[in-house]
Design a protein around this ligand. Structure first.
Ligand code: C5P
Length: 244
């Protein structure tokens, strides 16, 4: 497989064309951003950790019957994925109140939710990714009702599988964001990444009762260095993959 022109550069990844029109070459970068790019830093080692974490997570999901765009990891910072036509949606699943949800509804962070909550945001840096509901998505033509039903079904299946994966490594899956798209054959599939940049992961091994963040909130809230936390997540996931 040959790496060709750069097609896109986002906040954390660069996408390149390949000699196969249905395949993209992804390069994970060290850049960390928060608050829609308001806070920015280069963190040595972050790109490699996220590339390796998302590769293991996609493999563990596949073993649980959840397919994704992921094809193979090429190096520490690179992977091959199916080329997708992405829905402009941030698909958020919540199991525990935290972040913008806790703030919006005045709920204490850490409150267990009686059922998982699926939320959508319209992906637009200019607008600050505003909240959108099902009617808004269909009315604006971001997805058809049938597509939205399938996206929602997959988001719940991803949550069920991730809850199983993270419980096995003593991590509480608080919430996460995924993205979905259609591949060249028109199949709707999980895409983008699943990493501590896109999930809230709290350590259950700590046992102190305090919230021990193993995710990007360490960076967002100036709570400490993300690298040891991301390394801990990777090493527990790799151990699980080996055991399975
Ligand atoms: O900030 P908020 O509470 O809405 O985030 C919910 C979840 O979605 C968190 O796990 C966060 O990491 C993720 N997220 C993301 N990218 C965004 C917004 C949220 O990965 N742009």
């Amino acid at each position: 497989m040959q790496k060709l022109d750069k097609l896109y550069e986002g906040k954390a990844k660069k996408l390149y064309a390949t000699d196969d029109p249905e395949v993209l070459w992804v390069e994970y970068m060290n850049q960390a951003t928060a608050g829609n790019g308001a806070k920015k830093a280069q963190i040595e080692g972050k790109g490699s950790l996220n590339n390796r974490i998302t590769s293991v997570v996609f493999d563990l999901l596949k073993a649980r019957g959840v397919d994704s765009h992921f094809m193979q990891r090429l190096s520490d910072t690179e992977q091959l994925v199916q080329k997708m036509d992405m829905y402009p949606l941030e698909i958020i699943m919540r199991n525990t109140a935290a972040g913008s949800f806790a703030k919006r509804y005045g709920v204490e962070e850490g409150t267990k939710l009686a059922r998982p909550i699926l939320e959508f945001c319209y992906k637009s840096d200019d607008l600050g990714d505003p909240f959108i509901n099902d009617d808004g998505i269909v009315a604006l033509g971001l997805a058809s009702q049938e597509e939205l039903d399938e996206i929602s079904r997959q988001a719940r299946a991803v949550n069920d599988a991730l809850l199983d994966i993270f419980a096995k490594i003593d991590v509480q899956l608080v919430d996460f964001k995924i993205e979905e798209g259609r591949n060249a054959q028109g199949a709707i599939l999980l895409a983008d990444e699943i990493t501590p940049d896109t999930c809230r992961l709290w350590d259950l091994k700590d046992g102190s009762g305090r919230i021990e963040h193993l995710d990007k909130d360490l960076f967002r809230r100036d709570l400490g260095n993300i690298i040891p936390a991301y390394e801990e997540i990777l090493s527990r996931l790799e151990q699980l993959a080996e055991d399975e």
